[in-house]
Structures are given as structure tokens and as C-alpha cells.
Design a binder for this molecule. Structure first.
Ligand SMILES: [Ca+2]
Length: 308
């Protein structure tokens, strides 16, 4: 079988897009390479790290630590506590009720959660079904003892029937560590009545963000970055990059001290072509260099030596 290699070669050449660069003098580039600037982030699915956010394992609870000055626990069912002049639970049979007595009352529920590095958003549902007794009555959310949410007796939700959704950004705590989340209420019964804060359906959605640093080879099998050739070179060399999917790509060149000496390309590259890059080290000193290519779905690097 005869293969028309002439036509095949023409076809390959026709898909090559060439880029050529004259590299600047490295001595004029004093900026230390910021490796994070060349990083990319990938995210994982949202994971709710709260255990039993609807309190349906009841009391004593398997996941929440409970405390209440007058009742032993803020966790309630209608059978145990009545509906408190409001909805009772939002879902299921159990909810957390802070208040419920015309005396000084303090209650809390808390649990420890592990948060991956990334984002974290706390969501819960709040109802304050009866007219608030005192502006000083309050319910707060504490993370590691730090107040991140507060509602008190001045809230427009006082006396409103029905739950409303509350969200609190907790990104600052998404650091790969263990954190304590606590709902805590204090009722003073200043005017001889109570204030009721109802909580149900707590979730804490954590989205892990993984940073992929440039230079990690073969993160995804979606590209082909050739070696730089010739190697060693003087003063010109070339390499090519082929990618499986169109994406934004940045190609940078670093010296042996990690200083970026050139940005060879920063923009969108198509998948239909072999992209050929030529570098010219006329104004660079001899030495070892690294060419890093960072796309949205890959990162790769090649070493090359300039010998004059
Ligand atoms: Ca519930």
C-alpha cells in the first residue's frame, strides 16, 4: 500500500501556527517569579459538612453538644415543647428553640466540622415567631468562639411567622482545619416575657479548591508540550504545544533563580493546530531556563540551557 507522505507532510505543516520571540535582557527583569500567579484552581463538588443539620436524631443528639440553663437542651419537638407560637420545626419533627421561658435563659448547640481549603457558606433557617421581649435578647452564631452572625430583639423578624433563610460566608475558616460551630442564645426576660429564636435545617457547604502549581507534569492528559530544541541552544530554539481543547494558556520562561524573564504567550489557544514557538536568547546570559506552559486544564514545563 502506498502512502502519500508528501500530502501528509503538507497537511501537518498547514496546521502549524508559529510564534516567535526575542527575549529581553534578564538583567532588566528584577521581578521575582510569582509561582502562585501562574497557578490554576480546580474545585470539588459542594459538601455539606454539618451532621444532622435538621436535628432529627433528637435529644440527646448524636452530633450536637446541647446546653440549656432551664431545659437541658434547646432541641424540641412539638410534643415536648409545643410549637412556641410559631411553626415548630421547619422540616421533620425536631428544631432548636432558644428562649421559651420568661426567665433568664441561655442555651447552645455546637459541633466540630472539618473544612477543606476553599469556600464555606453557612445556611440555616430562622424564625422569631412572637414579639420580642427585649432588644437585648439575642441569638448568635460563633465559629471558634468568634461571633459571625447576630440577631437580637430589635430584628424586623420579631413576631413574624414562618422561617427565613440566613446565609453567612465562612470562607475565612476554610483552611483545612477543624472548627467549632455554635448556635448560642441569651434571653433576659427584661419585660417579663420571652423572645423565641427558632433554628432548623443548618448546612455548611464547603467547596474544596485545589491549586495546581505550574511545573507539575501530566496533571491532565490533554496536551503535548515538546522538548525545547536544540538544547543547549544559541541563540534560537523552538518548541511546540498541542492542546486537546481550546483554552487560555500562558507560557512563561524562568531563569535558574526562578525569575520570570519572559512571557512568551498569554491568550487563548485553539485545539485545531500545533502551536510552534521560537525563542531567541540573544540578550539573555548563558544558563539554565525553564519554559512553563499553564492552561486552564493542564500545566507543564521543559528545561532548556542557553550556552554562548
Ligand atoms: Ca428539623
Amino acid at each position: 500500500m502506498n502512502v502519500d507522505t508528501t500530502n501528509m507532510r503538507l497537511f501537518v505543516l498547514s496546521t502549524v501556527i508559529a510564534y516567535s520571540f526575542l527575549l529581553p535582557n534578564a538583567s532588566s527583569q528584577t521581578r521575582i517569579a510569582d509561582y502562585r500567579a501562574g497557578s490554576q484552581a480546580t474545585t470539588s463538588p459542594l459538601i455539606d459538612v454539618i451532621q444532622d443539620g435538621s436535628f432529627e436524631t433528637g435529644s440527646p443528639n448524636d452530633f450536637w453538644t446541647e446546653a440549656s440553663l432551664n431545659f437541658g437542651t434547646p432541641l424540641c419537638t412539638v410534643a415536648n415543647c409545643s410549637a412556641g407560637g410559631g411553626s415548630g420545626p421547619r422540616t421533620g419533627e425536631w428544631w432548636a428553640w432558644f428562649g421559651g421561658i420568661a426567665e433568664i435563659e441561655e442555651g447552645s448547640i455546637d459541633q466540630n466540622v472539618m473544612l477543606d481549603v476553599g469556600t464555606a457558606v453557612l445556611t440555616f433557617w430562622l424564625e422569631i415567631p412572637v414579639v420580642c421581649d427585649s432588644p437585648d435578647d439575642y441569638m448568635e452564631v460563633l465559629i471558634d468562639g468568634v461571633q459571625e452572625f447576630l440577631v437580637d430583639g430589635t430584628s424586623t423578624l420579631c413576631g413574624v411567622s414562618g422561617y427565613s433563610e440566613q446565609t453567612v460566608n465562612l470562607d475565612a475558616y476554610a483552611d483545612g482545619g477543624l472548627h467549632n460551630i455554635e448556635f448560642h442564645g441569651g434571653i433576659l426576660a427584661t419585660n417579663g416575657e420571652t423572645t423565641n429564636f427558632f433554628i432548623d435545617d443548618v448546612s455548611l457547604e464547603n467547596e474544596e479548591i485545589t491549586t495546581i502549581l505550574p511545573g507539575l507534569d501530566g496533571v491532565l492528559e490533554t496536551h503535548n508540550l515538546t522538548a525545547v530544541y536544540p538544547n543547549p541552544f544559541n541563540p534560537q530554539a523552538q518548541f511546540s504545544l498541542e492542546i486537546a481543547e481550546q483554552q487560555r494558556v500562558r507560557i512563561e520562561m524562568y531563569d535558574a533563580l526562578g525569575r520570570r524573564v519572559a512571557t512568551l504567550y498569554d491568550g487563548t489557544l485553539g485545539a485545531e493546530s500545533v502551536h510552534q514557538f521560537q525563542i531567541d536568547g540573544t540578550y539573555l546570559p548563558s544558563g539554565s531556563y525553564m519554559v512553563r506552559a499553564i492552561g486552564e486544564r493542564f500545566a507543564d514545563a521543559r528545561q532548556v540551557t542557553l550556552t554562548k
